[in-house]
Design a protein around this ligand. Structure first.
Ligand code: ATP
Ligand code: MG
Length: 144
């Protein structure tokens, strides 16, 4: 699924000259879920990682086995998210109202879909971010 997501974003990845690192360390990647939705989750996170970064960003996709299931991390070294906005970015139509975000198009819907879907799948999403240094979104989906 992650391979398909990268393929679907190949134009953006090339145009922005993304340096992509992929570390697939998880062995137990069996998850019972709708493939289309799982693809959409990671598509949205990767799309954001590319959109909210400057030219030639470093983006790392990694997977790990955890006690709660398979963890997928999407980490960028982009513009970051201010601490006081972190709780709001998952709200429908919310976009961080700041600086160079103005020329990046979006509806503010991606992360609200991502969060709702992960909840339905009984998974979890965590975010770590630092302004001007980057963001990491970690998704954990329970194994079957
Ligand atoms: P859409 O996904 O609907 O096209 P969007 O990208 O603006 O539009 P979300 O994906 O829901 O909407 O993200 C909400 C907001 O969170 C974004 O507008 C942006 O301000 C911030 N954001 C999300 N991901 C990142 C990231 N990786 N780095 C920096 N800011 C981010
Ligand atoms: Mg988005």
């Amino acid at each position: 699924i992650l391979g398909k997501v990268v393929q679907n974003l190949s134009v953006q990845i090339e145009q922005k000259e993304v340096n992509l690192e992929i570390n697939l360390n998880a062995i137990n990647t069996e998850v019972l879920a709708d493939q289309v939705h799982v693809t959409n989750i990671f598509f949205n996170l990767m799309d954001n990682a590319i959109k909210y970064s400057n030219e030639s960003p470093n983006i790392c996709i990694s997977t790990e086995d955890t006690d709660d299931g398979v963890m997928v991390s999407i980490k960028d070294d982009g513009i970051g998210i201010p601490k006081d906005q972190l709780s709001k970015i998952f709200e429908k139509f919310y976009r961080v109202p700041k600086g160079n975000l103005h020329d990046v198009k979006g509806f503010g819907l991606g992360l609200s879909y991502v969060k709702n879907m992960i909840e339905l799948l009984k998974g979890k999403i965590e975010v770590n971010s630092k302004i001007d240094s980057g963001s990491e979104f970690k998704v954990t989906l329970p194994n079957t």
